[in-house]
Ligand binder design. Structure first.
Ligand SMILES: [Fe+2]
Length: 299
């Protein structure tokens, strides 16, 4: 399991679930996992069910660059059609080894299918509207702490399963939850002006107005758990609720499955509803909030 160094200033968001228990517990296991996911926990899935062709994936390595950081499966399996720039990198990896490339392509398709089946089984009530898997083959990090923020204004809930395909740990830091940050920095973020805003707009505002400036305070004063996901490990979390940063990592497969929030086990816990409630709770100015142990943002 991952090596975790907990920051005592933050709640422990990590929950370990053993997939082997599913045989005995069936749907009870699935619902427990989904409830933790919807609660905003980071789920560490022990003994995950995925067959991963690690040797095939570890042959592939792309240079750093935003163009190649997140690739859709089709960009790897039909690059000439969808991502011509990737062709030269794939050629650099496989050269004339056509069989090697075909194995890689099959491995991408196979793991995509396994992830899709996993999400449909475990998140059994979810009505999925889109199935994207992001493939990462570039060195990443260190990143700034952020909430994932998308341009879309659709009312969607996302299911995110992370697999470390690399031979080295994927190192994350996990900070406070979105709602805690909204309460703590309501005034500094100008959230009074954002009543009715889409959750993605709020995630964007909290990232660039607060988290980015927060990084400027003395190193170490920003509370963050440190976690090193080992090769082959699998974890799940709602990355718009959990602030996070990739400290380092390379190869990974990450689901980005869109679902109708009304199909959640508890739709009240959708990111959209959480944000709407947090916006509606007008809090005292930050400095007058005695409960919060979070340091201020830079002036
Ligand atoms: Fe992220």
């Amino acid at each position: 399991m991952p090596a975790i160094t907990l920051d005592p200033r933050l709640p422990d968001f990590f929950v370990e679930l053993d997939w082997r228990e599913r045989k005995r517990l069936g749907q009870v296991f699935d619902d427990n996992l989904v409830r933790h996911y919807e609660a905003g926990d980071v789920i560490l899935l022990k003994n995950p069910p995925f067959r991963i062709a690690s040797d095939v994936f570890r042959r592939v390595s792309f240079p750093p660059g935003v163009d190649y950081k997140k690739l859709h499966a089709r960009s790897l399996t039909r690059p000439k059609l969808y991502k011509p720039k990737v062709v030269k990198f794939l050629y650099g990896v496989f050269g004339a080894d056509v069989v090697g490339y075909l194995r890689f392509r099959r491995a991408v398709r196979d793991l995509t299918a396994q992830l899709t089946e996993f999400c449909h089984q475990v998140f059994r009530t979810y009505r999925f509207l889109q199935h994207d898997v992001n493939w990462r083959f570039t060195p990443t990090g260190p990143e700034p702490l952020h909430f994932d923020h998308l341009r879309s204004k659709d009312d969607r809930q996302y299911v995110r399963v992370f697999l470390n395909l690399d031979e080295t740990p994927r190192i994350w830091r996990v900070g406070p939850h979105l709602e805690e940050m909204m309460e703590r920095f309501y005034d500094e973020a100008g959230l009074a002006d954002m009543q009715g805003a889409h959750a993605n707009e709020v995630c964007y505002r909290m990232t660039y107005q607060i988290l980015e400036r927060w990084q400027e305070v003395a190193d170490g004063s920003v509370p963050r758990h440190h976690v090193e996901f080992q090769p082959g490990e699998v974890w799940l979390c709602e990355s718009r609720i959990n602030s996070h940063e990739i400290y380092s990592g390379k190869r990974a497969a990450i689901t980005h499955f869109h679902a109708d929030p009304q199909s959640m086990l508890n739709p009240e816990l959708s990111v959209g509803n959480r944000v709407a409630r947090a916006l509606a709770r007008r809090r005292l100015p930050a400095n007058a909030s005695p409960q919060s142990g979070l340091p201020p943002v830079a002036a």
